[in-house]
Design a protein around this ligand. Structure first.
Ligand SMILES: Cc1cc2nc3c(=O)[nH]c(=O)nc-3n(C[C@H](O)[C@H](O)[C@H](O)COP(=O)(O)O)c2cc1C
Length: 180
């Protein structure tokens, strides 16, 4: 877990959006396959919402991923190799009204799922602050911060928070000290 104390606290007076991608279902946590009724990233996104009172937006794909973990890793690898842009179920109508975007995602093959590439290419983030948060199984943020900067060259991309999947339920204190 990377602790970045206080640097998010001065965001309190700006209007923020918590946008996240998270996959429910079979996943690999702490060395075993488990069924997650709520995805790890979604748990963190909702905790950030409780702490900040900001709006919440789920990034989701029209085409669902397989329930099976290994099958999903294969589909995700094919999408990454093919530089895919999966179609999303919804758009943010009022993106202009947000100054700060808390962007949440799982680490998939060293960066965020291709759905988050679709999301980041769908809006102009110039002048906005992007605060990445990521859940993972050892790879941390991977290349994701670099990828956000490439897709949003005119945004102010803050150092991201990385939280291990098995630690999301106990992340309250870390989030409080970083965000609240
Ligand atoms: C398709 C896929 C690829 C993954 N690739 C990585 C990886 O490269 N590095 C890593 O640390 N964890 C990897 N993971 C584990 C997830 O990052 C981790 O389980 C995360 O907490 C899942 O979040 P979610 O429940 O919000 O979807 C992968 C999981 C999936 C399903």
């Amino acid at each position: 877990m990377i602790l970045k104390k206080n640097y998010l606290k001065n965001m309190a007076n700006t209007k923020g959006l918590i946008a996240y991608y998270s996959r429910k279902g079979q996943n690999y946590v702490g060395g075993s396959i488990v069924n997650l009724p709520v995805g790890n990233t979604e748990i963190i996104a909702k905790k950030i919402q409780e702490l900040t009172g900001n709006d919440l937006f789920e990034i989701d794909t029209i085409k669902p991923y397989p329930k099976d973990y290994t099958e999903t890793t294969n589909v995700a690898m094919d999408e990454k190799r093919g530089n895919a842009r999966p179609e999303l179920t919804a758009t943010v109508d009022n993106m202009d009204s947000y100054d700060v975007i808390y962007l949440g995602y799982p680490n998939w093959w060293g960066t965020f799922p291709m759905a988050v590439f679709t999301f980041l290419e769908s809006y102009d983030f110039s002048g906005k602050t992007i605060i990445p948060f990521c859940t993972h199984e050892g790879g941390g943020l991977g290349n994701s911060e670099r990828d956000i900067k490439k897709l949003c060259p005119n945004a102010n991309v803050k150092p991201g928070l990385a939280i291990r999947g098995g630690s999301v339920k106990n992340a309250d204190n870390m989030l409080k000290s970083s965000i609240a």
